[in-house]
Design a protein around this ligand. Structure first.
Ligand code: PLP
Length: 355
């Protein structure tokens, strides 16, 4: 009776991808990024599977506390750091490692002068204009942190265009290198794209996220083409099949018109499950061992697929929306977004099966 719309999460794939990332950057330690519920794959599953990483990284203090409550005791970095007294107490209590990127955090630290951390990551603004202290403050802040609060300051920044051959990459690295020249401590610059494609940014710590899930950060290559394995397989089943005549239209808004007599399969997944509503007709869907095409606007609980003439599809057959046969990167292109968003927006209605 249970609905068979499921996301199968393959922990072996997560571990394989970590291994591939390590081979690509053998001299760097890995902070495996598991924010946003492990990029939608399930925080517990992902945090457990990736314990071989040198540390885990999350966005928020709350996510860090969740990891501790799962009984995981390794290092956990909080990429946005603490924002109030409650946060800073939780960071201390649960032995999380904070990123410091703004003056309000310095003030909180001064108000808690007795605190100390195994490591603090000092984030510098080098061109993305999101988080980070102005690079010229690096030396002053480094000294202040090291004299009061920690024995080790990791110097970090984040690139705005790492997945592209963009001139800003070299510019950001140059601003960073000038700011940290002569300061002791490890460096960290790279997300997945930089760790993969920009060797000069690998440094002491890389911070890969998307690659660990088997997804490529580059638009011209899929994860599989990089040697990665997709960690999420999003599947559902056919709940109805019917014949449409040439000229019939499908679904809300009648967006899709059948150009010829066509068999249509109705699949039990829609935007209420996180499948993108804004996707174009023709997006690939894997049905009965073949690639079929999405036809019509997905609705909340269902979508419709035009079956190939020789399809053997039947009611109850499993359908793959992305995963083994259909790269999620390809779905992202049809939906005019990035695969990051697709995996993150799978809703709570979709059961996760860990394999
Ligand atoms: C999310 C995040 C990462 C990981 O990025 P990917 O593109 O998924 O590899 C790395 N560093 C920071 C600061 C992040 O916020």
């Amino acid at each position: 009776m249970s609905r068979s719309t499921i996301a199968r999460i393959n922990t072996g794939a997560l571990q394989h991808n970590l291994q591939i990332m390590r081979q690509r950057a053998p001299d760097s330690r890995v902070a495996a990024v598991v924010k946003a519920d492990g990029y939608g794959h399930g925080l517990l599953t992902v945090a457990k599977a990736l314990q071989q990483a040198d540390m885990l990284a999350v966005a928020t203090v709350e996510e860090g506390v969740q990891i501790r409550e799962m009984g995981i005791s390794g290092d956990v970095l909080v990429l946005e750091g603490f924002h109030d007294q409650e946060d800073i107490s939780a960071v201390q209590q649960h032995k999380l490692l904070p990123v410091m990127h703004a003056d309000h955090q310095l003030k909180l630290l001064k108000d808690n002068a007795e605190l100390s951390f195994k490591q603090v990551w000092l984030k510098l603004e080098t061109g993305m204009n999101r988080l980070g202290f102005q690079a010229h403050r690096a030396a002053e802040l480094h000294q202040w942190l090291q004299h009061g609060y920690t024995d080790q300051v990791v110097l970090m920044t984040h690139l705005a265009n790492a997945e592209l051959p963009h001139p800003s990459n070299a510019q950001q690295v140059e601003v960073f290198d000038q700011a940290v020249a002569g300061l002791p401590g490890p460096h960290s610059i790279s997300n997945s794209a930089a760790a993969w494609g920009l060797p000069e940014t690998r440094r002491d710590w890389i911070r890969p996220g998307i690659i660990l899930y088997g997804i490529s950060p580059f638009t011209d290559k899929t994860g599989t083409e990089l040697g990665l394995k997709p960690a999420m397989h999003l599947c559902s089943e056919i709940i109805a099949i019917h014949d449409c005549k040439a000229g019939d239209s499908l679904g809300y808004g009648s967006r899709y018109q059948c150009s010829k007599d066509t068999r249509i399969a109705v699949v039990a997944i829609g935007y209420g499950d996180g499948y993108p509503r804004h996707i174009k007709d023709g997006a690939p869907v894997w049905v009965a061992g073949q690639q079929a095409k999405l036809a019509g606007i997905p609705s909340m609980d269902m979508l419709t697929v035009e079956l190939p003439d020789d399809s053997t599809a039947d009611i109850g057959d499993e359908v793959e929306l992305w995963g083994e046969h259909i790269p999620v990167e390809q779905i992202a292109a049809f939906a005019n977004t990035v695969a990051y968003e697709l995996v993150c927006q799978i809703t709570g209605r979709v059961k996760k099966d860990v394999v």
